[in-house]
Write a protein that binds this ligand. Structure first.
Ligand code: GLU
Length: 174
């Protein structure tokens, strides 16, 4: 497993998230990323280069709540589209993201979940097993992120760690 950092604060959290990734670099990784809640919108930066390059990208990405990730690809090549955080905007296209999620590990039943979620109208932007979790949490979300995550993990098989936050609950990371 590589690395996950998450934080909620009353000041810009991005430098803390990036410093967290820097401290996890020794574990090895092929890509990295950070997502924040910024004025009611979820924003992210992702890189297939080093954390230092991600740091340069995040200069214009302030936020008080966020998650960050170093990836060691298991499902899907080490590309920017496959780098975490992954977003879910709900079924259909053309909307802003509601759920942001990072994940270390493997979801063994992701193909079955992907088929079900695609059938429900979710559009996939990556080849990862991770993206199914973001869409599943979105599908199960009824106003309480913790409950949605609890319900989602009951459907996941594998060994993994995740961190999630939601546009509609700006001061919470699960
Ligand atoms: N299975 C996930 C992926 O390929 C997570 C890999 C990891 O642990 O970094 O994106």
């Amino acid at each position: 497993m590589c690395g996950i950092v998450g934080a909620v604060a009353q000041r810009n959290i991005v430098p803390v998230l990036v410093e967290g990734l820097r401290r996890l670099e020794y574990r090895g990784y092929d890509s990295c990323g950070v997502a924040v809640h910024a004025d009611g919108v979820l924003k992210r930066a992702r890189s297939v280069a080093r954390v230092a390059e991600l740091d340069a990208q995040t200069a214009s990405l302030p936020g008080f709540t966020g998650i960050a990730h170093t990836r060691w690809a298991t499902h899907g090549a080490p590309t920017t589209d496959n780098a975490h955080p992954h977003f879910s905007a709900g079924p259909g296209a053309g909307k802003g993201a509601r759920i942001a999620l990072v994940h270390n590990g493997i979801i063994e039943n992701y193909e079955e979940l992907r088929r079900k979620l695609a059938g429900a109208g979710y559009v996939f932007d990556s080849q990862t097993d991770t993206e199914v979790i973001a869409h599943l949490v979105d599908q199960l979300y009824e106003g309480d992120l913790f409950e949605a995550v609890q319900r989602a993990v009951r459907e996941l098989h594998g060994a993994y760690a995740i961190a999630v936050f939601c546009r509609d609950e700006p001061h919470r990371v699960v």
